[in-house]
Design a protein around this ligand. Structure first.
Ligand SMILES: NC(=O)c1ccc[n+]([C@@H]2O[C@H](COP(=O)([O-])OP(=O)(O)OC[C@H]3O[C@@H](n4cnc5c(N)ncnc54)[C@H](O)[C@@H]3O)[C@@H](O)[C@H]2O)c1
Length: 250
């Protein structure tokens, strides 16, 4: 399959939840396309493995919980001491367990919203002022088809991702008079570790709704994120880009 390179030379990209799955694949393609990449994750062990596996001087990482604004602000300032942040990929996320709303643990429900939605807000709040100063920025918020359709037994996740879509539309308009693009992407299921958080039946049900009849491949997702994050994307903003294999046709 074709994996195009993009021109990310002299660009610095921050990817949250970048120690595995979608985030790590995006990091690799950005590095191959000439970017400096910083990955944030809460999984310190995985970050160590990634650093050992990818020996690239353009890659750095930090242990950051995106749901904690103070941590996000401190880590952002650390990056800004050395460079601007041109690209922000708000990718960190959890689905949480598969349960009907009335049986959902309250703490878990809050945590899912805090990571997926507040995490996206926290990172945008910390990074956007630098983008405004430079009149340049590309932000991609990783939502989900669950945020458009609503998945049964995933009320917190669906609500958090719907929130991230609303945030994208709003922030995109706030920044539309500048060379800053803010977009959301709504993938269907891909085989990453996140699927382990949900029941097998739930995953099978998700798959059965996809007209393409298969899981999304991680590299297919990365390709869409790359274009949205590139300098070439000068017009699309405040928009939601679907990558659900025909499941969600709006
Ligand atoms: N894989 C899918 O089927 C699918 C479908 C739709 C949307 N998504 C979304 O894509 C994004 C990436 O998911 P993935 O499939 O690569 O999952 P993943 O579990 O492989 O990776 C997610 C990463 O986020 C990190 N993370 C979790 N909480 C964090 C926090 N508070 N602060 C910082 N990092 C944190 C995890 O440690 C992990 O490394 C998520 O937002 C997810 O909701 C995934």
């Amino acid at each position: 399959m074709v994996k195009n390179e993009y021109n990310f030379k002299n660009r610095t990209a921050l990817i949250t939840g970048g120690a595995q799955g979608f985030g790590l694949d995006i990091a690799k393609r950005f590095l191959n396309s000439g970017a400096k990449v910083i990955i944030w994750d809460i999984d310190a062990k995985l970050l160590d493995i990634v650093k050992k596996d990818i020996k690239n001087e353009n890659l750095s990482s930090d242990i950051v919980d995106v749901s904690n604004y103070e941590e996000v602000e401190i880590a952002t300032l650390k990056i800004l001491k050395n460079s601007n942040i041109d690209v922000l990929i708000n990718n960190a996320g959890i689905t949480g367990p598969t349960e009907p709303l009335w049986e959902y643990d309250v703490e878990m429900w809050n945590k899912i919203i805090e990571i997926n939605l507040f995490g996206t807000f926290n990172c945008c709040k910390a990074v956007v002022p630098n983008m405004i100063e430079n009149n340049y920025g590309r932000i991609v918020n990783v939502a989900s088809v669950a945020g458009k359709d609503g998945n049964a037994n995933a009320s917190a996740y669906s609500a958090a991702k719907a929130g991230a879509i609303g945030l994208t539309k709003s922030l995109g308009k706030e920044l539309a008079d500048k060379n800053i693009a803010v977009n959301a992407v709504t993938p269907a299921g891909a085989k990453t570790r996140i699927l382990d958080q949900m029941s097998k039946e739930h995953v099978q049900k998700m798959l059965s709704k996809v007209p393409r009849g298969r899981f999304l491949e991680v590299y297919e997702f990365t390709s869409l994120v790359c274009w949205l994050s590139s300098e070439e994307n000068t017009f699309s903003t405040a928009a939601v880009f679907d990558i659900s294999g025909g499941r969600s046709t709006y």
